[in-house]
Ligand binder design. Structure first.
Ligand SMILES: [Zn+2]
Length: 95
């Protein structure tokens, strides 16, 4: 078992959280200009990275807030967490 730092509750056991998906993607700026193939790729095609990966998690067994986590997919270590809309430390993101 490992802990995840909820931005609102602090360090909590991972069993209190639910995985919410890939947080490294952003919605296309002009979706009306996308082809069907480009939409297909945006909706269904995912990378399978080995190493740090930005993910959405929800603190379902606690405050029920959504957060983003930078998780090493090979070790499951949570490297950083942040509230949605905030830069994710160690990911290279900026506000
Ligand atoms: Zn929480």
């Amino acid at each position: 078992m490992f802990n995840i730092r909820c931005p609102w509750c602090g360090d909590r056991p991972e069993i209190e959280f639910s995985y919410g998906g890939d947080a490294s993607r952003s919605r296309p700026d002009a979706p009306e200009t996308l082809s069907d193939d480009a939409w297909h790729d945006y909706v269904f095609i995912r990378d399978n990275p080995a190493g740090p990966h930005a993910e959405y998690w929800q603190h379902t067994g606690g405050c029920r807030q959504w957060l983003r986590a930078l998780r090493n997919t090979t070790t499951h270590e949570i490297l950083a967490t942040a509230a949605p809309g905030e830069p994710l430390p160690l990911s290279g993101e900026r506000k």
